[in-house]
Design a protein around this ligand. Structure first.
Ligand code: OAD
Length: 237
């Protein structure tokens, strides 16, 4: 821990990649592992354009349930530690796969969202994007106010491209990182997971925090087995 703390302290450019595990202590279920299923269905079977085309109501019920559960949670000590770390560093980028908005609510500023935002909705007919924070939504599937078309969640689904500019910025920041922190992600969903080997290849010290081992754990500079809400405050202490 001491060595990792020193690396972090000395770094002027810090990049963090987070996944669902950082919000677990806020009470948000992760996608994989215990509690990851909704109605016995996996995220891979619901978060796809095909699933939405087949059964938009079912997919919307899942998102509506997730939105409603998010409306009652608060950022946890892991989110807060990263917001504090950002205040201390001249260059800091937080890349997240999460769509829950908890990093921003914790005070993080320079956030790159790779998988969109669960509070945004987009019309499948006219493309209009709006923010809708009502949870639960009054009508499912929700309809576009301007054209009446069906709305979809403003998130990235399996098989869809990541927002190009966000991913470009994530790659650029990763290449310049002195320290790259990977927190609470199973690191199996690409292209986001590819940022971890990119950071390593670009010369960053790569530090992981996860309650379980991931495919990258053994090849990193440090891998801490523990909860983000406990490990991160110690790391930045
Ligand atoms: P996963 O659910 O795949 O992984 C969560 C990770 O967090 C696991 O490796 C857990 O061991 C770890 N974890 C759980 N609790 C933790 C805690 N308190 N502290 C630290 N680690 C903890 O979530 P992601 O890796 O974010 O994509 O999943 C990646 C993408 O797959 C998501 O963005 C989503 C999903 O399907 C889309 O919807 C496109």
């Amino acid at each position: 821990m001491n060595q990792a703390r020193e690396w972090l302290k000395a770094a002027s450019s810090v990049v963090v990649l987070t996944g669902a595990g950082i919000s677990a202590e806020s009470g948000v279920p992760t996608f994989r592992g215990a509690g990851g299923l909704w109605n016995r269905q996996r995220a891979e079977d619901l978060a796809t354009p095909e699933a939405f085309a087949r059964d938009p109501l079912l997919v919307w019920q899942w998102y509506d349930w997730r939105r409603a559960s998010l409306a009652t949670v608060q950022p946890d000590s892991g989110h807060l530690a990263l917001a504090e770390l950002e205040r201390r560093k001249p260059r800091f980028t937080l890349i997240t796969q999460n769509v829950d908005g908890l990093h921003e609510r914790a005070g993080s500023r320079n956030v790159i969202r790779l998988h969109g935002d669960i509070w945004m909705v987009r019309c499948t007919a006219c493309g209009r994007e709006t923010r809708d924070e009502r949870a639960p939504l009054p009508e499912l599937p929700p309809r576009c106010e301007s054209c009446g078309g069906m709305l979809r969640p403003g998130v990235v689904w399996f098989g869809e491209a990541l927002p190009q500019e966000a991913f470009r910025r994530a790659n650029e920041a990763t290449r310049r990182a002195d320290v790259f922190l990977v927190v609470g992600t199973s690191a199996v969903v690409y292209p986001a997971a590819g940022l971890v080997p990119l950071a390593k290849a670009s010369g960053a010290r790569v530090i992981e925090c996860n309650i379980e081992e991931t495919p990258f754990s053994s090849g990193l500079d440090r891998s801490f087995r523990g909860k983000a809400g406990e490990v991160l405050p110690q790391l930045i202490a």
